[in-house]
Write a protein that binds this ligand. Structure first.
Ligand SMILES: *Cc1c(COP(=O)(O)O)cnc(C)c1O
Length: 368
């Protein structure tokens, strides 16, 4: 049996009529830049996240970068980011001219709030907690530290659409929440896309100008040096179709996570992504297990037809090209050796999940 890591073809098969309808409607109108589909999706997205505003952008990276620019962060400033995350979190900081200051994570893969205060200096301007894999960072202590030190909080929520922390949705707590509609995210488009969500009108207005080269489209006046970063109208039309299914897809992900948990919980040498701390409602963008056999384990799954992802076998701060100050991040270093992300998506079939579980069990038996 072959189990794909993601399967956009199945989603397309299920939603073909609606997606084709969206495509032909946009093509017939020739409506490609900032048209009604774009405006409608922004409204739907803000409603889903529970914020006053959503601003459609061309990627999750741009959402982070423009959030920092709109917060006046730049040369000479420091921004705190987790050591374990997708590199875009740090690149957005570097590309503003500011310096990313890395902090290690905890066993749930998210920034350790107890290590943040130690790295705060006079130059620190913001913290970017990342809600990795569909689980939110421990926001209460982070927000408290930010308040006490007058720091901005920008949420990298790219992997946690629909997750909550003590009842609060991801992307609704910080100054902005940053989102990606990269095809393999929970709400994925058919190309790149992103957005910010916020309750702050000034920030929403500023980012609306920045994404359109600083121009106020009503008056023609340039207010800033901006860039071209609009969510494509066609992508917005596709995302509007898909967002209706999101609540049901999230439930499906939780069901699959439970099935994996029930099938794997008794195996020695494996750590599963189910955490005891209360107040978190996770959406399982990824189902990352840890095996103390590391790459031997992930290779075994691959060789049995199961596509897995091992992000991030090499943490970004160990890549020479990024020239980041070397520090010790023992939890990140340990996680990185062990991570193995299993297939998880709403269209995954029970017999495929059971096959994955069987193969993992057979790996453990052959070790004995
Ligand atoms: C996907 C992702 C991003 C960047 O999104 P793009 O749309 O690919 O630019 C940033 N941070 C995290 C944690 C992500 O998973």
């Amino acid at each position: 049996m072959k189990v794909r890591f993601v399967n956009p073809q199945r989603t397309y098969k299920n939603l073909k009529k609606e997606l084709d309808g969206a495509y032909f409607s946009v093509m017939k109108k020739g409506a490609f830049i900032a048209q009604s589909e774009f405006a409608l999706f922004e409204t739907q997205f803000a409603h889903f996240v529970g914020t006053k505003y959503a601003v459609g952008l061309s990627s999750g990276y741009d959402a982070l970068y423009l959030s920092l620019i709109a917060s006046n962060i730049g040369h000479g400033d420091e921004v705190i980011v987790p050591a374990h995350t997708f590199v875009a979190t740090a690149s957005a900081v570097v590309n503003t001219g500011a310096t990313p200051i890395l902090v290690d994570v905890r066993d749930d893969f998210n920034i350790n709030p107890f290590l943040i205060e130690k790295v705060i200096t006079k130059k620190t301007k913001a913290i970017i907690p990342v809600h990795l894999n569909g689980r939110m960072a421990d926001m209460n202590p982070i927000v408290k530290i930010a308040k006490n030190n007058k720091l901005m909080v920008i949420e990298d929520a790219c992997q946690s659409l629909g997750a909550t922390y003590r009842g609060k949705p991801a992307g609704s707590i910080g100054l902005t929440g940053c989102w990606s509609f990269y095809p393999f995210k929970m709400l994925g488009g058919y190309g790149d896309g992103g957005a910010i969500t916020t309750n702050n009108k000034k920030v929403a207005d500023t980012i609306r100008l920045l994404r359109f080269n600083g121009e106020d489209r009503n008056t023609g006046e340039y207010h800033y040096y901006g860039c071209s970063s609009l969510l494509d109208n066609m992508q917005a039309a596709f995302l509007s179709v898909k967002i209706k299914y999101l609540p049901e897809w999230i439930e499906k992900r939780r069901d699959i996570a439970k099935r994996y948990h029930d099938g794997l919980a008794d195996i020695d040498g494996l750590i599963l992504p189910h955490f005891s701390q209360k107040g978190f409602s996770d959406v399982y963008q990824n189902y990352i297990i840890q095996s103390n056999s590391g790459t031997k384990f992930s290779d075994y799954l691959q060789s049995h037809g199961i596509e897995v992802l091992t992000q991030f076998r090499t943490p970004y701060y160990r890549h020479k090209g990024l020239r980041l100050a070397k520090n010790d991040f023992p939890v990140t270093d340990q996680l990185s050796k062990e991570v193995c992300s299993l297939p998880i998506y709403p269209e995954l079939k029970d017999k495929e999940i059971d096959y994955v579980i069987r193969v993992i069990r057979s790996f453990t038996t052959q070790l004995k």
